[in-house]
Design a binder for this molecule. Structure first.
Ligand code: OGA
Ligand code: NI
Length: 205
C-alpha cells in the first residue's frame, strides 16, 4: 500500500475503499509509534522515520475458516514478523498467542484495540533493545476469524540501503550484535527457513 500503492482495481471490490482509507490512518498511527519508539531508544523522535522505517507498509488480510478438528491443526504457525513493526487488527474470535518465557499466552480480542508487534528488523537495528515477538494463531471451531496485519517495511521496493545496529546505541559495553544487511538479504534468510526459525540468527556477529 505504501509508498507505491497498486491501482485500486487490484484490490477486492468488497474492501477497496476501506483499505485505502485504513492505510492512511494506520500510517498516522505508525508515525506516532515510531516517534515513541525512537524516544524510548534515547534518540531524536524523528530518527526511525528518517532512516526509512515508515517508508513502506503492506497488508496481510487473513481469513481463518472454522475448523471441525482445531486441535489437529493450526491457524497460523509460530513465527516472528519479518518487518520493523506490525499493527494488527483482529476480530472477536480470538486464537492469537504470543510466546513469553516459553509459554504461549493468549492475546484476547479487545474491542477497538490494535496489537503492536515488534518485528525482526527493529530488533536488529535496536541491537536487541526491542525484541521481536514470536506468535501464532490457534485454529478454532468457530469462525471465520478475520484479521488484518499491517507490516511496516519496504521489502517490495528493492533497495541497497543497509540496516545494522544503530551507531548511537553502541559502545564498548554494547557492541553490535548483528551485521549490516539489506532488507532483501534478510528476507532471503527468512524465506530459507520458511519463517520457522529465527532468521536474525543468520545475521549475528
Ligand atoms: C501475521 C500474523 C496474526 C493474526 O500476519 O504475521 O501474525 O492474528 N497474523 O492473523
Ligand atoms: Ni505475524
Amino acid at each position: 500500500m505504501a509508498p507505491n500503492p497498486p491501482p485500486p482495481k487490484r484490490y477486492p471490490s468488497a474492501c477497496r475503499e476501506i483499505l485505502v482509507e485504513y492505510s492512511k490512518h494506520v500510517q498516522s498511527i505508525g508515525e506516532v509509534i515510531f516517534e515513541l519508539l525512537s524516544e524510548a531508544l534515547g534518540l531524536d523522535p524523528d530518527h526511525l522515520k528518517d532512516i526509512g522505517c515508515l517508508e513502506g507498509h503492506t497488508f496481510g488480510c487473513q481469513y481463518y475458516p472454522p475448523c471441525p478438528e482445531p486441535e489437529r491443526t493450526l491457524g497460523h504457525v509460530r513465527h516472528r514478523d519479518p518487518d520493523f513493526l506490525t499493527i494488527l487488527l483482529q476480530d472477536q474470535i480470538g486464537g492469537l498467542q504470543v510466546l513469553h518465557q516459553d509459554h504461549w499466552i493468549d492475546v484476547p480480542p479487545l474491542e477497538g484495540a490494535l496489537i503492536i508487534n515488534i518485528g525482526d528488523l527493529l530488533q536488529l537495528i535496536s541491537n536487541d533493545k526491542f525484541r521481536s515477538v514470536e506468535h501464532r494463531v490457534l485454529a478454532k471451531s468457530v469462525g471465520p476469524r478475520i484479521s488484518l496485519a499491517c507490516l511496516f517495511s519496504t521489502h517490495l521496493e528493492p533497495s541497497n540501503r543497509v540496516y545494522g545496529p544503530l551507531k548511537q546505541l553502541l559502545s564498548p559495553q554494547n557492541p553490535p550484535l548483528y551485521e549490516e544487511t539489506t532488507i532483501l538479504n534478510y528476507l532471503n534468510s527468512y524465506k530459507s527457513v520458511g519463517g520457522l526459525e529465527n532468521a536474525l540468527s543468520f545475521h549475528k556477529l
